[in-house]
Design a binder for this molecule. Structure first.
Ligand SMILES: C[S@@+](CC[C@H](N)C(=O)[O-])C[C@H]1O[C@@H](n2cnc3c(N)ncnc32)[C@H](O)[C@@H]1O
Length: 325
């Protein structure tokens, strides 16, 4: 059994001030203002249109957090802030933090949601702010590029596989699979607005001849094919159990005999109390989506079994499940 929390850890858990200070600094784009040159609070206030004295309090807290430095009354970025929090840096991750900040109000309604069982949002933020959605996908793409090829290798594919990356987003997995398997050709199916970003990432990877883009709504539109491999990565936790069941059945009809369906998601374990990150993610999905949920591997097994898949196995614990048509 894991050890009990200490009192100071409980205080630490409840202490979100620094979180909001960071998110606000990113929202005000302070790190970009300080790109490459130190400035006084007065200069920064003039640049962003802020009240100098109140801004100073925020800047001082950012110094204490070690995101900024201060010398002779001038503030400057730390090297990590310069690399990841300056907007035009190639390694900017601020869009992800802006998403967390945009979800702040929804988290404020958590108690209400728990009491009533009713969700407080009627649309996911990616629908109400598609530009933010696309920027977040671009950040996730940059992060996912590192793990994509290892995941592709673990599936041990052979020959000229025709792959469908369903709800493939920026094409992170399709690109990684093409890089690992030289004979594989991929189709990325996603909403038309998302595919504008995918077009860029595929071009950057020089894979236009092997990755095709298919726009549509995967619950409504035909998916093309037939395919030898369909990947559903991080799409099912936005939807209801019944919608997922229907989608898995639909996918089965687009696979060739012997073809594989691989579902990669954030599954909860049998007890629902682990993995720890996923239990918190399940609450995040509750407050920030209209009807999403975190599911268990047993749910995915049920969708696949009902759709007629065989040899269903949990390839990676609480992360990847595969079935064969
Ligand atoms: C969290 S992203 C996952 C992206 C990618 N599969 C990955 O693992 O990196 C979810 C993706 O599903 C797409 N999506 C959501 N609903 C969809 C729908 N009804 N039809 C097609 N794509 C959809 C979104 O546009 C987004 O690209």
């Amino acid at each position: 059994m894991s050890r009990e929390l200490s009192l100071s850890e409980i205080f630490q858990l409840g202490y979100y001030w620094e979180t909001k200070i960071l998110l606000t600094a990113v929202r005000l784009d302070l790190f970009t203002v300080l790109d490459g040159r130190k400035k006084t609070a007065c200069e920064i206030a003039a640049r962003i249109g802020a009240h100098e004295q109140t801004l100073s309090l925020l800047l001082n807290a950012l110094v204490a957090i070690r995101l900024l430095s201060m010398e002779g009354g001038s503030y400057g970025n730390s090297s990590v802030a310069e690399k990841h929090l300056v907007r035009h840096s190639t390694q900017f991750i601020g869009h992800l933090l802006l998403l967390h900040d945009a979800e702040w109000e929804n988290w404020g309604k958590l108690d209400q949601t728990i009491r009533t069982g009713r969700r407080s949002v009627d649309r996911h933020l990616f629908e109400t702010d598609p530009e933010l959605g696309s920027n977040v996908l671009a950040v996730l793409h940059r992060i996912g590029r590192q793990s994509g090829p290892e995941f592709a290798k673990r599936l041990q594919l052979i020959g000229g596989i025709r792959m469908l990356d369903l709800g493939g987003g920026a094409g992170t997995n399709a690109i990684a699979f093409c890089q690992v398997y030289p004979e594989l050709a991929a189709t990325v199916f996603d909403l038309p607005a998302t595919l504008r970003l995918t077009e860029k990432t595929v071009k950057e990877a020089g894979l236009e001849s092997r990755v095709s883009l298919l726009p549509g709504d995967f619950n409504q539109d035909p998916l093309g094919g037939p395919y030898d491999l369909v990947l559903m990565s991080d799409i099912l936790h936005y939807q209801t159990f019944q919608t997922n069941e229907a989608l898995v059945r639909k996918v089965a009809a687009h696979l060739s005999p012997g073809g594989r369906l691989v579902i990669k998601d954030r599954f909860l374990d049998e007890t629902g109390t682990g993995p720890a990150w996923t239990t918190a993610f399940a609450v995040h999905i509750l407050v920030n989506t209209q009807e999403g949920s975190c599911y268990k591997i047993a749910d995915a097994v049920q969708w696949m079994t009902k759709a007629g898949f065989d040899s269903i196995i949990e390839l990676e614990k609480t992360a990847v499940v595969q079935g064969v048509k």
